[in-house]
Design a protein around this ligand. Sequence first.
Ligand SMILES: Nc1ncnc2c1ncn2[C@@H]1O[C@H](COP(=O)(O)OP(=O)(O)OP(=O)(O)O)[C@@H](O)[C@H]1O
Ligand SMILES: [Mg+2]
Length: 235
Amino acid sequence: MVAEFPSSSKRVLFEVSATPQKFIVVEGPIGVGKTSLARRLAHSLSGQLVLEQADQNPFLERFYKNPRAAAFQTQLFFLFQRARQLEEVRQEDLFGAVRIADYLLEKDRLFARVTLDDAEYALYERVYERVVVDAPKPDLVVYLQAPVDVLVDRIAKRGIRYEQHIERSYLEKLTQAYARFFHSYDASPLLIVNSAAIDPVNNDVDYQLLFSQITKTRRGRHFFNPTGSSLLQAN
Ligand SMILES: Nc1ncnc2c1ncn2[C@@H]1O[C@H](COP(=O)(O)OP(=O)(O)OP(=O)(O)O)[C@@H](O)[C@H]1O
Ligand SMILES: [Mg+2]
């Protein structure tokens, strides 16, 4: 089976049968390009998208304006929303369907550790243990990395109003938390992508290179950094 991706200037063909993964997750800090890449992958693979629904969280805007006051509500809302969404994915478990998600459930814990104080986090952990069901296990996680400056730029460019309150120090903490998390992550095959050096979202050549690496990555952890830049490391 072949899927077509109509690009701006040419048509690009992909061999869908070459993709063994049924569930691919794209992860990384705010604004790094998860949703955009997940959409492109879903298009190439004729897959089903499982997307974060941050705009449905009524506490998020309040959180960005005043993090201390709304962090706990924001985290709880995301936790319930995502656990339910992934439970549905697991129950549907469409025969043969490929799914591409733009988040891992574990990201919630990672954000909670950064945004909550110790007492709140302890309570959050108790709720997490109760709420988290068997989330489907990814066949591949694509971890997008980029320096904080690049995230700041992309968040400014995409211009979502309430995101303009995001502080640089918050992005620094999140970026570090992601790096630590993936440093010891071994639950699924992992592909670590330097998304500052390549642009698989807007550049067709970069996308094709990455797509081909994704279809080849069946186990272990790998770096995808075709330009050879040594800007980033997985720790
Ligand atoms: N590698 C890249 N190079 C240049 N621009 C990029 C790259 N990846 C993404 N972008 C741009 O950055 C912006 C943010 O992308 P996107 O909304 O997909 O991020 P996200 O990771 O889903 O963020 P969030 O965590 O907030 O959902 C978009 O405008 C996108 O086109
Ligand atoms: Mg997104």
